[in-house]
Design a protein around this ligand. Structure first.
Ligand code: ASP
Ligand code: MG
Length: 407
C-alpha cells in the first residue's frame, strides 16, 4: 500500500507556550504510524513576530529589509526546535529544520518573498529514517543565500508549498477555531461551521476580511489542487475542508458573510471628465505604494466628476497626500476622506447560477436602515461600503437574510 503523507501546520496560538507545544507534540505523534509520514510546519509562538517588530522599532526607525527578515525568521526557529524536542520526549524520532535547511527557495522580495521551489531531498531522507519532520514556517532563502520571509501569516504558505513539494495527500491547518464559519462567530453567535468550502470562496473570504488563512496560501493550494483541512488544535473535531468543488454547490447562493474595518475612503471632487484623468490619479497613488480597492466614479453632467476609492486605513495619509498633489495638477476640487467606513461582503460560488442576489442584499440592508456608499462585485462576491458603526448589524442582517442561521 502506498504510504500516506500529511502536512500539518500549527499557528502561533497552537504553540503559544510549553503546555501547548507538548499538546501539539502528542497530536503529531498520534498521526505517525508505519504507513504515514508526517511533516509539520510551525508558526512563531503567539505574538513573537509582533514583539520582534516592536523591538526592532525601538532600535531603528528604518531597519533594512534584509536584517528585518533575519530577525523575524528567528521566531519560527524557536517553536520549531521546541516542538521537535517535545516530540522526541514522547519517544518519536524527529528532526527540526529551518526553511533554509530544507531548501525553501524564494525570490529576493524581502518581507513578502514568493516561494519558487522546495527541495524535497532532505525531507525524503528524514522520512526514510522514520523521522517526523518539523519545519520552521514563514521563511526561505534566495539563490544568493539571503534569508527571506513570506509575508505576515506566511506559515500557511510554507505548509501549502511543502505539501505540494512532497506530494502530500492532505494539508491540515491547525488554528484556534474549529473551522471556517458562515461568518465570524464572535460577531454572530448563530454562525455555522461549514463542512466544505471551495478554494474560490475561501480566497474571496480571506481577501475580503476573513482571517483564518493567508490569502496567498489558498491561491497556491487552488493552483495545485491541494485539499486543505482547517481545524482546531484544541479538539479532535473535524474542521472544514477547502476543496476544488463542493457537492450541492447549486443549492445555496451565499456561503458566507465577511466584513472588513481596515479600509478608509478618499474622494477627489470636481475632476475634469476627460481621458487620462484616472490614469494620472491611480498612477500617482500606486507610486506612493498604496493599494486601491473599490473605485466609484460618478457620471458627469458638467464635464466634472467625483471619484471615490478605498485604501487600507494604514495608507490613508500617504493616499491623501498623493491625491492632493494630483488634484492640484489636474485643477480638480477638494480632496475629502473618511475613516468611518467598513466593508460588508457576501460570498458564494452559487452566485454564478442564482439571479437577484444583489437585489436581495440591498433590500436586506435597506430594511436594516443601512445606507450603501459604494458597491463592488466579483463573479462570486458582492461588497458594500457602509458606515463603520453599522457593520456589525449589517453582518447579522445579511447572515439572516440569506438563511445562514438555519441548518
Ligand atoms: N509568524 C508569522 C506571522 O505572525 C507567520 C505566521 O504566523 O504564519 O505573521
Ligand atoms: Mg502568526
Amino acid at each position: 500500500m502506498k504510504k500516506k503523507i500529511i502536512v500539518q501546520k500549527y499557528g502561533g496560538s497552537s504553540v503559544k507556550d510549553a503546555d501547548r507545544i507538548k499538546a501539539v507534540a502528542e497530536r503529531v505523534a498520534s498521526y505517525k504510524n508505519k504507513n504515514t509520514d508526517v511533516a509539520v510546519v510551525v508558526s512563531a509562538m503567539a505574538d513573537t513576530t509582533d514583539d520582534l517588530i516592536e523591538l526592532a522599532g525601538k532600535i531603528a526607525s528604518n531597519p533594512t529589509d534584509r536584517e528585518m527578515d533575519l530577525l523575524l525568521a528567528t521566531g519560527e526557529q524557536i517553536s520549531c526546535a521546541l516542538l521537535a524536542m517535545a516530540v522526541r520526549e514522547l519517544g518519536f524520532p524527529s528532526v527540526a529544520l529551518t526553511g533554509f535547511q530544507v531548501g525553501v527557495r524564494t525570490n529576493k522580495e524581502h518581507g513578502k518573498a514568493r516561494v519558487e521551489q522546495i527541495d524535497d531531498k532532505r525531507l525524503k531522507q528524514a522520512f526514510k529514517e522514520g523521522k517526523i519532520v518539523i519545519m520552521a514556517g514563514y521563511q526561505g532563502i534566495t539563490a544568493e543565500g539571503e534569508i527571506t520571509t513570506l509575508g505576515r501569516g506566511g506559515s500557511d504558505l510554507s505548509a501549502v508549498a511543502l505539501a505540494k513539494a512532497i506530494k502530500a495527500d492532505v494539508c491540515e491547518i491547525y488554528t484556534d477555531v474549529t473551522g471556517i464559519y458562515t461568518t465570524d462567530p464572535r460577531m454572530v453567535p448563530e454562525a455555522r461551521k461549514l463542512k466544505e468550502i471551495t478554494f474560490d470562496e475561501m480566497l474571496e473570504m480571506a481577501s475580503l476580511g476573513a482571517q483564518v488563512m493567508q490569502a496567498r496560501s489558498i491561491e497556491v493550494a487552488k493552483r495545485f489542487n491541494i485539499p486543505l483541512h482547517v481545524r482546531s488544535s484544541y479538539s479532535k473535531e473535524e474542521g472544514t475542508m477547502i476543496v476544488k468543488s463542493v457537492k450541492n454547490i447549486e443549492e445555496v447562493a451565499v456561503t458566507g458573510i465577511t466584513s472588513n474595518k481596515n479600509e478608509a475612503k478618499i474622494t477627489i471632487c470636481a475632476v475634469p471628465d476627460q481621458p487620462g484623468v484616472s490614469a494620472t490619479l491611480f498612477n500617482a497613488i500606486a507610486k506612493a505604494g498604496v493599494n486601491v480597492d473599490v473605485i466609484v466614479q460618478n457620471v458627469s453632467q458638467s464635464r466634472k466628476t467625483d471619484i471615490s476609492f478605498t485604501v487600507p486605513k494604514a495608507d490613508l495619509v500617504k493616499g491623501i497626500k498623493a491625491t492632493e498633489e494630483v488634484a492640484k495638477t489636474l485643477g480638480a476640487g477638494e480632496v475629502l476622506h473618511s475613516r468611518d467606513i467598513a466593508r460588508v461582503s457576501i460570498v458564494g460560488s452559487g452566485m454564478r447560477s442564482h439571479q437577484g442576489i444583489a437585489a436581495r442584499m440591498f433590500a436586506a440592508l435597506a430594511a436594516g436602515k443601512i445606507n450603501i456608499e459604494m458597491i463592488a462585485t466579483s463573479e462570486i462576491s458582492i461588497s458594500c461600503i457602509i458606515a463603520l458603526d453599522k457593520v456589525d448589524s449589517a453582518v447579522k442582517t445579511l447572515h439572516k437574510a440569506f438563511g445562514l442561521d438555519k441548518k
